[in-house]
Design a protein around this ligand. Structure first.
Ligand SMILES: *Cc1c(COP(=O)(O)O)cnc(C)c1O
Length: 448
């Protein structure tokens, strides 16, 4: 929880709006973002780097909603893209092509053409084969492509293996030991212009030291190239700064930026960074409603209306998201409230649950729940062993869901994707309508 998401008289608010009101108005599941939280995170970054020339390229894959891209564009951001689709989103959102860097190991010819036509700032080239292809495509178009290599510095980011990208046995970047030879080759290619060097070692890093180790390794190469007359204009140190989901203690944006600036002291190159998660992660939540409570032999299940198709991180990485009620149970209400008839109806729904003490069912009694979605996969869980007082219909927020939430969502089980809402003070903006089932199969054809 941060200052943008807070309880006010037992109601969870985002800025000046009760999240329960948003759930009532737009339905669940839905993603809700705080404009102030997004703006604040970006400004912290920009402030921390203001002493040197820099460009903050928001990693579009972490959250690609046009309203969010537009907000960052207006704050001055550039963008780190990994597909032609993301480039089209950036342009549709009012982003400037000449502030776009293009990462990714599998750029197609069509994507290269799109990016060259738009006039992006730089291609982050990830292999020798990609270099050859880019030179050819640019040549055919009569253009010159600005490039940097994404160098794999072979440092351990000490993060989840699925989101660690800077070790030599993974698919990203060019090997550290081959980088110099590739730069020499690129410098002699007719349709390329060597402008930078890039690295990105992983995501959700909670320490500064791997970033600095990577920067130092990359800088050693930059110096060697300079000695050979290949001068670079920018250094791109990637993204990857972690956020607090549970009890992690990642460095602050300011501390991280300070460390990068320290590593670059006395150098003239422009600094590019590619943050994603840290700009959006804690600025968004996913709202969901309890559909059913289901007592089990060993575990109690809370079956909610959000699922792994809406928020894939728990299923994919065993990631933790705090799950909190939109209405906090008031501590003093207990046995006597359950005798009230309407409350009693709800209490009946938890029949079969163990009760503490003298056998009376307590509405506000906490139990330990597996919070699961309706999808037909055992991996479809959102949280394990969460102690909460729940009833059918209870509304919950999955916290820290602004990054890699909506952007990783799918339509598995023919589930339309959730709506997205941006809150600005006391104003609500629907920034993506809930998908309809008709949209899901609009492109499909039955054959005769
Ligand atoms: C995903 C990615 C990022 C952003 O990572 P975060 O952990 O969200 O900051 C930056 N650069 C590249 C190349 C990426 O693939």
């Amino acid at each position: 929880m941060n200052s943008y998401f807070h309880y006010q008289q037992d109601q969870l608010y985002v800025e000046q709006v009760a999240l329960a009101d948003i759930a009532a108005k737009y339905g669940t599941p839905c993603y809700v973002y705080s404009r102030a939280a997004l703006t604040d995170a970006y400004r912290q970054f920009a402030d921390a780097l203001k002493s040197r020339e820099h460009l903050i390229c928001f990693a579009v894959k972490s959250n690609s909603n046009l309203a969010i891209l537009n907000l960052f564009a207006r704050l001055g951001a550039g963008f780190d893209i990994v597909s032609g689709g993301e480039l089209q989103r950036v342009l549709a959102a009012g982003g400037e092509a000449n502030k776009v860097v293009f990462s990714g190991v599998g750029k197609t010819e069509a994507e290269m053409r799109l990016a060259l036509d738009a006039g992006i700032l730089c291609f982050n080239v990830e292999s020798a084969a990609e270099l050859d292809r880019l030179n050819e495509v640019a040549g055919r178009m009569g253009k010159v492509a600005a490039i940097s290599f994404r160098v794999n510095p072979d440092v351990d980011a000490k993060t989840h293996p699925y989101i660690s990208t800077g070790l030599k046995n993974n698919k990203f970047g060019v090997a550290y030991t081959e980088a110099l030879a590739l730069y020499r080759k690129a410098a002699g290619m007719a349709h390329l212009r060597v402008t930078g060097m890039d690295c990105h070692i992983g995501s959700q890093l909670t320490e500064v030291s791997p970033f600095i180790a990577a920067a130092e390794k990359v800088l050693a190469l930059v110096d060697q190239l300079a000695g050979e007359g290949i001068k670079l204009e920018h250094l791109d140190l990637g993204g990857g700064l972690g956020i607090r989901y549970d009890d992690e203690t990642p460095p602050s944006i300011a501390a991280y930026a300070q460390a990068l600036l320290g590593a670059l002291q006395g150098r003239a190159e422009k600094l590019i960074v590619e943050p994603g998660r840290v700009l959006v992660g804690n600025a968004g939540v996913l709202l969901t409603r309890v559909e059913y409570l289901k007592p089990g032999e060993e575990k109690h299940f809370a079956i909610v209306d959000a699922a792994m198709n809406d928020l894939m991180r728990p299923a994919l990485y065993d990631a933790y998201h705090a799950i909190v009620p939109l209405t906090r149970p008031s501590p003093q209400s207990s046995d006597e409230t359950t005798s009230h008839s309407t409350k009693h109806d709800k209490a009946v729904q938890v029949a079969g649950y163990p009760t503490s003490g003298g056998g009376g069912k307590r509405e506000n009694q906490s139990l330990i729940f597996e919070v699961v979605g309706p999808i037909c996969e055992t991996g479809d869980f959102l949280g394990h062993a969460r102690e909460m007082a729940l009833q059918q219909g209870s509304l919950l927020a999955l916290m820290s869901a602004g990054a890699y939430g909506m952007s990783m969502s799918s339509n598995y089980n023919t589930r339309p994707r959730a709506a997205e809402i941006m809150v600005d003070g006391d104003e609500l903006h629907l920034i993506r309508e809930r998908e309809t089932v008709q949209q899901l199969f609009a492109g499909e054809k039955i054959i005769g």
